[in-house]
Design a protein around this ligand. Structure first.
Ligand SMILES: [Zn+2]
Length: 136
């Protein structure tokens, strides 16, 4: 399966495909929050304007990184061998897919590292790099 449907509206079809398909399965949804009422990106409606969001007003429908990682985990569990994302994909999403499938691409070094966050990070790291006199 490729394009049009987001992860949540492609996953149920992947489960059905797995039941009857004996060969490899590929899944490349769009990274948008499609729903059972609006199952493809082309029919998503902007709730503020009531107008079609496709093609230029889709950004408000982007999946979170957590949703993309959950899609990859479920696709892997279903038995999808080839995974990716179609229109709207971004490198941080592809990294998540690869990592969920057990890969460690070079881009993994750019994954968020909360230990370096000024507020939520490792206290020693923050103390070493904190400029005295600044708030938080
Ligand atoms: Zn596409």
């Amino acid at each position: 399966m490729n394009c049009c449907r987001g992860p949540s509206t492609m996953l149920p079809l992947l489960k059905e495909i797995k039941k009857v398909c004996k060969g490899p399965i590929a899944a490349l949804p769009v990274p948008f929050r499609t729903t059972s009422e609006e199952p493809t990106m082309e029919v998503l409606t902007d709730p503020d304007t009531g107008m079609p969001a496709f093609p230029v007003d889709l950004p408000r429908f982007f999946c979170s990184r957590t949703q993309i990682a959950e899609f990859a985990a479920q696709a892997k569990e279903i038995g999808v061998q080839y995974i990716g994302l179609c229109c709207g994909n971004a490198s941080h999403y592809t990294r998540l897919l690869a990592e969920e499938y057990g890969r460690k691409p070079p881009a993994s070094k750019y994954a968020p590292d909360m230990s370096k966050h000024y507020r939520f990070g490792n206290k020693e790291f923050v103390k070493k790099h904190h400029t005295p006199g600044q708030q938080d």
